[in-house]
Design a binder for this molecule. Structure first.
Ligand code: SF4
Ligand code: SF4
Length: 384
C-alpha cells in the first residue's frame, strides 16, 4: 500500500481510503434492505489487515447503520491502527446540544472514544452563510479541546467560488471533494484541488469512479483503451488519474465486494502508484477516454438551470444528470440510488404536471416533459 501525508496532521494515510457508504446489502423478508453485516465485517477487516488505515463514514450512510457496522467491525486492536473520519450533516444541527448529542451517538455507534476527523457534511452554497452565522465551528472547536475529535474538516459538493470561500474561512485540517476524470472542469475543478494543496489542507477525494460508473468501459471507451499499448482496467485508469495529483492525500473508494477490494489493494500498492505516475501519452489517452464517455450523453442538458424554478419543485437538471450518468456508464445502480434521495426531497420527475413552463426557457430545446418521463422510467425503483 502506498501512503501519503495527511495535510499538516503529522501522520500518513493509505492512498486508498475505505468509503463506507456502499457496504454490501441484503434483502429482508419484507422486501426492505439492510447492510449484510457478515460480508461488511469481512470487507472492513480485510481492508484494515491489508494496509488500509483510513475509513470514511457518515451519520446518514446506510440510514445511520454505516457508523454502527464500522464500529462493530473495527472495535479493539484494529481501531488503534486506523483513522476514522465521519460527518454530521448541517440539517441535523438543530442547536448546540443536538450537535453534541449527535456526536455522542456517533462515538457510541463507532465504539470509540474519539474521532480522528469530524467533518461538517456536504457544505453547499445555500447553507454556507448559515453555518457561519450559527458559528458551528465553535461547537466543533469545543469537541476538539475535550479530545472527542482530533481534527476538523468538511465535505463539499458544488462549484469553485463557494469552495474558495469555505477553504479560506478556517484553518481546516482536511477537506473532502468530488473529483474524477469526468469532473476535472466541474465541482471544485482542478483549480480547487490546487488551492487545497496550497493551503496544506489534507485533500480527500470522493467519487473517483463517479459512483462506480468509471469502473465500466462501454464499447466506445473500451475501444480507446484497447488501442493503447499499456493495458489497464477502466477502474485502474480512473484511479491513476487521481493518484497522479500530488495535492491528494487519500482517494476514497466505496467497495462492495471482496474482489473489488482486492483489486483496489493491488492498484494502490503498485510501486508507481505515486504522484506523477501518468506520462504525457497517458494523459492524452485519458482525455480521449473522457471524450468517449461524454459522447454517450443522450439528453444534452448543460445544467444551466434556466428552466428552474419548476413550480412543482422538479429538479430538472439533476434528474437529467442522473439519467445521463446511467446511459454513459451503462450502469444505473448509482444514479437510481441517488434518484431515491431526490424523490425523498420531493424533486423527482414524477412531480411534473406537464405545465410546459420550463420547455420554452431551455436554450438546448430539450423536450423536457417527455425526457423527464423517459428518465423517471429508468431511474425509479431503488430500495434502500
Ligand atoms: S413541465 Fe413539469 S418540469 Fe416543467 S415546469 Fe411544468 S411541472 Fe415543472
Ligand atoms: S434549461 Fe435545458 S439545458 Fe438548462 S438545465 Fe434546464 S433542461 Fe438543462
Amino acid at each position: 500500500m502506498q501512503y501519503r501525508d495527511y495535510g499538516r496532521e503529522g501522520y500518513q494515510v493509505s492512498t486508498f481510503g475505505m468509503g463506507c457508504m456502499r457496504l454490501p446489502r441484503r434483502e429482508r423478508p419484507d422486501g426492505t434492505v439492510e447492510v449484510d453485516r457478515e460480508k461488511a465485517y469481512e470487507l472492513l477487516r480485510y481492508a484494515a489487515d491489508h494496509g488500509v488505515n483510513y475509513f470514511d463514514t457518515a451519520f446518514g450512510y446506510h440510514g445511520g447503520d454505516s457508523e454502527r457496522v464500522v464500529g462493530e467491525a473495527l472495535e479493539g486492536e484494529r481501531r488503534k491502527r486506523v483513522h476514522i473520519a465521519t460527518k454530521q450533516p448541517f440539517a441535523a444541527m438543530t442547536d448546540a446540544s443536538t450537535i453534541r448529542r449527535n456526536l455522542e451517538n456517533t462515538l457510541k455507534k463507532l465504539r470509540t472514544d474519539y474521532l480522528d476527523v469530524y467533518l461538517i457534511h456536504n457544505i453547499q452554497a445555500p447553507a454556507w452563510p448559515e453555518i457561519q452565522r450559527r458559528d458551528i465551528l465553535n461547537e466543533y472547536e469545543k469537541f476538539k479541546q475535550e479530545g472527542l475529535i482530533r481534527a476538523i474538516g468538511f465535505s463539499y459538493h458544488g462549484g469553485l467560488d463557494t469552495f474558495r470561500q469555505v477553504l479560506s474561512y478556517y484553518p481546516w485540517a482536511m477537506c473532502q471533494v468530488q473529483q474524477n476524470l469526468l469532473d476535472s472542469a466541474k465541482e471544485v475543478t482542478e483549480e480547487g484541488v490546487r488551492l487545497a494543496g496550497e493551503k496544506g489542507c489534507a485533500l480527500v477525494i470522493m467519487e473517483p469512479l463517479r459512483g462506480g460508473g468509471l469502473a465500466s468501459a462501454p464499447s466506445q471507451v473500451q475501444a480507446v483503451y484497447d488501442g493503447y499499448p499499456v493495458r489497464r482496467s477502466a477502474a485502474e485508469w480512473a484511479f491513476r488519474y487521481m493518484i497522479d495529483q500530488p495535492q491528494v492525500s487519500c482517494i476514497l473508494s466505496g467497495v462492495t465486494t471482496l474482489d473489488q477490494l482486492k483489486d483496489n489493494l493491488r492498484i494502490f500498492s503498485a510501486p508507481d502508484a505515486v504522484p506523477g505516475c501518468l506520462s504525457e501519452q497517458d494523459r492524452r489517452l485519458l482525455q480521449r477516454a473522457k471524450a468517449a464517455y461524454e459522447s454517450r450523453v443522450t439528453i444534452p442538458c448543460t445544467g444551466c438551470e434556466y428552466c428552474l424554478p419548476c413550480p412543482q419543485g422538479v429538479a430538472i437538471p439533476a434528474v437529467f444528470q442522473r439519467y445521463n450518468a446511467g446511459e454513459m456508464f451503462q450502469d444505473y445502480n448509482n444514479p437510481r440510488r441517488s434518484y431515491l434521495f431526490l424523490k425523498r426531497a420531493g424533486k423527482d420527475a414524477s412531480r411534473c404536471v406537464a405545465c410546459g413552463a420550463c420547455q420554452q426557457k431551455c436554450p438546448q430545446h430539450i423536450p423536457i416533459i417527455e425526457s423527464l418521463k423517459t428518465a423517471h422510467a429508468k431511474l425509479d425503483g431503488w430500495r434502500e
